[in-house]
Write a protein that binds this ligand. Structure first.
Ligand code: G6P
Length: 457
């Protein structure tokens, strides 16, 4: 049966892993897109979520006819997928939108890039065709993120009757950064986006960056550009954080931490999250403010992400190495300064949220950063939030956070000191206001607002 509401995203709510005995197990993937969309669609049961098979196990699941209700996984040729996802989406578009290039070496736009760009087109066309085939007359289609920048324009050509929205979960590149792309590719990218009826972003800054970039495209359609800052659902999150397994984990974390104060961070091990500078700031805190030695523990969850890419593997190793260095430099027989967890362990993250005295969220640039919104909602004694000016969440949370320039390690160290020293009443008051701001637009309302605007426009 054709669907009235469809979403399209590279990542689906679940992805499969092949066990040694040949069985396929499903698990939820990380990142803000999946947490936001899954929570939103739990209240929109008739929506069809079209996603890509992410690897061999997912492709095998498609072949075996395994699927979740409301999900259609597209089997895409392995090489095309790898070029589109690793080559273009994560090595070019992600880097442009987050400003991550070390420009003396990268980017390099050569024949190999052109080949991968062609795969990115094929990947986007596969989504556009699947959406065109599944959508009812006049249906609403909400396309997600930088993996699918060309799909809106392609879908409009196939199905001009549809209402098409695109939402960007990342920042949008500055015009100077986007101008690094070969000009025909840049124009194709922007025209793909401009094929939508509406374009959504997490913050006014990212929306403005897009509008500025799009001005360079002549005689194009001009979709409505709007801001929908994704927030968290307090009741849902608190219920998750108080399940028995989280209570158990909290007890064991408490035993690990003892009487120490806690600085908590939870991220994908991701270049834009700035985990290395976060650790450098913690080291500077311990060096410059010796009174904290033995009295604070840094709980850092840095779970694996995009490990097919060498830069991510190197970064992951650098995080582990620096944590070890700090432990070797300052640790004592009964005090380990940094506890790094490299597993994707949501239960541990929730337990750490509850225990957090200080939350450290210092990305160089980030679409929103839901962790900055989740910790104040869940922390038990109230937490002081150290927040980068580069996070999308900065817009809504800056008044009650201690804000830092993400490149300024010394400023971050000083903010950590202030956060640890904040009087309990002030911390409680700030946390309440942070939690209110964080829950202003929970996922279901975030999605409904976009759907209503799309249908009404
Ligand atoms: C960010 C992106 C999402 C992506 C997530 C996890 O939040 O905006 O589109 O799903 O990171 O990254 P991954 O590459 O594992 O899907």
């Amino acid at each position: 049966m054709a669907s009235q509401v469809l979403v399209a995203a590279n990542r689906g709510p679940l992805s499969y892993a092949l066990a040694a005995d040949g069985t396929l197990g499903a698990r939820r993937g990380g990142g803000g897109l999946v947490s936001g969309l899954s929570a939103a669609l739990a209240e929109q049961p008739d929506t069809l979520w079209i996603c890509a098979a992410l690897g061999e196990a997912d492709r095998e699941a498609v072949r075996r006819g395994l699927s979740e209700p409301g999900v259609r996984m597209l089997e895409i040729d392995g090489t095309v997928y790898d070029d589109a996802y690793n080559g273009i989406a994560n090595s070019v578009l992600w880097f442009l939108h987050h400003g991550l290039y070390e420009v003396p070496r990268a980017p390099v736009f050569d024949a190999e890039f052109r080949r991968q760009w062609d795969s990115y087109r094929t990947y986007n066309r596969t989504f556009a065709q699947a959406l065109a085939a599944e959508a009812a007359d006049g249906a609403a289609v909400l396309i997600q993120d930088y993996h699918l920048s060309l799909a809106p324009g392609m879908l409009r050509e196939l199905r001009p009757d549809l209402r098409i929205a695109h939402f960007t979960h990342t920042p949008w590149a500055t015009p100077e950064y986007l101008r690094m792309l070969p000009s025909d590719v840049r124009e194709e990218l922007l025209r793909g986006m401009l094929g939508a009826d509406r374009l959504g972003f997490h913050t006014a800054a990212w929306a403005a960056a897009f509008t500025e970039c799009a001005q360079a495209v002549e005689s194009a359609r001009r979709p409505e550009v709007a801001v929908y800052p994704l927030g968290v659902d307090a009741d849902e999150l608190r219920a998750l954080a108080h399940r028995p397994e989280v209570n158990d984990r909290l007890a064991s974390l408490r035993a690990e931490v003892g009487d120490c104060r806690t600085i908590v961070r939870v991220d994908r091990t991701e270049l834009s999250k700035n985990i290395v500078r976060g650790l450098l700031a913690y080291r500077e805190l311990l060096a410059g403010r010796p009174e904290w030695r033995g009295r604070v523990v840094h709980l850092a969850s840095a779970y694996p992400s995009r490990q097919d890419l060498a830069v991510y593997r190197t970064y992951t190793a650098a995080v582990a190495e620096l944590a070890e260095e700090i432990n070797a430099e300052f640790g004592t027989a009964d005090w380990q300064p940094v506890h790094v967890s490299v597993k994707d362990d949501f239960v541990r993250s929730l337990a750490a949220y509850r225990l957090a005295d200080v939350a450290l969220v210092n990305p160089v640039r980030d679409g929103m950063n839901l962790v900055a919104k989740e910790i104040p909602v869940v922390s038990e004694a109230g937490c002081a939030l150290v927040l980068s000016t580069g996070a999308g969440a900065y817009d809504e949370l800056r008044r009650d956070a201690l804000t830092v320039n993400p490149y300024d390690v010394s400023e971050t160290a000083e903010a950590l000191h202030q956060a640890l020293s904040m009087p309990p009443e002030e911390r409680t008051e700030r946390t309440k206001r942070l939690a209110t701001a964080a829950t202003a637009l929970p996922p279901a309302a975030w999605f409904t607002a976009q759907l209503t605007d799309l249908r009404g426009s």
